[in-house]
Design a protein around this ligand. Structure first.
Ligand code: ZN
Length: 297
């Protein structure tokens, strides 16, 4: 009996070691270290956790948070970072759009906050989402909406919230702080990809992306905080919009010549799937091709 017990204990111990060795790495992949970066004038951005970047703006008496990340734990991590910066309470959340990696962290924040979003963002959040991964955010529906452009002073801080056209999705707001010369651009700019990520099933648009980016670049801002990745300068974004507009024209010309999608990709030297891209999402070339061929039929 003792021998069997020893073997059993040895196996149990070995299993514990294996599980213990696996767990930290799988957790680390999901929940990246939280890092808070200071900008100027009481503005910060927070990377890490699960999901998108978040922004923090410290006002006279309270704190305005931009985007909630993807999980309630990540939302709580943002709250904990705010508590390290100031004893003032979080009073407002402004959402760049309604994709899950920006809104599903909302239940990690206290209830009853003022939540500001583009009107299409609110509309989407009001409808039950079918993805089983989604967190229930029904207690965090935006309380104030913006259609195209609105300037407001929240807690002594001047904000201009802007929406030009459908781009990454049809639900975007750009959060522009004119005094600090900072803009939070959400996923209209995702820095890990050379060309924009556009969700056609979320009513995104490549032409609208170019229009939106021209508006973003024209803002009197020095620092742009994207939805994912590090901050960008105006020059970097200018380059990005020029490259993308040129790429779009090239695809347009090839479609007009009657070329197939595989031929266009080959001609543009696009890997399949493109480097850095999520294979679940259509590449920029695929998006433009779909838009143009649909409009022709
Ligand atoms: Zn995102």
């Amino acid at each position: 009996m003792t021998r069997y017990r020893t073997i059993f204990l040895a196996i149990a111990f070995a299993l514990m070691v294996v599980v213990g060795a696996l767990a930290p790495s799988s957790r680390a992949q999901q929940f990246a270290p939280i890092m808070t970066h200071a900008l100027n004038g009481g503005v910060y951005w927070i990377e890490g956790g699960v999901g998108s970047n978040s922004g923090v703006v410290i006002g006279k008496d309270g704190v305005i948070v931009i985007d909630a990340k993807q999980t309630p734990d990540s939302g709580k991590a943002v709250m904990a970072e705010v508590a390290k910066l100031t004893s003032k309470p979080v009073t407002h959340i402004i959402l760049t759009h309604s994709n899950l990696d920006h809104v599903d962290g909302l239940p990690g924040f206290p209830k009853g906050l003022t939540i500001i979003a583009q009107e299409n963002c609110k509309q989407q959040m009001e409808h039950p989402r079918n993805n089983p991964q989604n967190v229930d955010v029904s207690g965090y529906i935006p309380t104030r909406t913006v259609a195209k452009k609105e300037s407001m002073t929240i807690d002594g801080v001047r904000f201009t919230l802007l929406h030009w056209a459908p781009a990454h999705t049809s639900r975007h707001l750009i959060i522009y702080l004119p005094d600090q010369k900072i803009a939070f651009t959400g996923d209209i700019t995702v820095t890990r990809l050379p060309y924009p990520l556009i969700h056609l099933d979320d009513e995104g648009s490549s032409a609208g992306w170019v229009e939106s980016m021209k508006g973003i670049v024209a803002l009197s801002a020095d620092t742009y905080v994207p939805g994912h990745g590090g901050t960008q300068t105006k020059d970097e974004l200018q380059q990005r919009v020029m490259n993308t507009a040129a790429r779009r024209e090239k695809i347009k010309a090839l479609v007009a010549q009657g070329k197939s999608l595989p031929d266009i990709k080959k001609e543009l030297g696009e890997a399949n799937p493109p480097a850095g891209g999520n294979p679940n999402f259509a590449s920029f070339t695929e998006v433009v091709y779909k838009e143009l061929t649909k409009s022709k039929s």
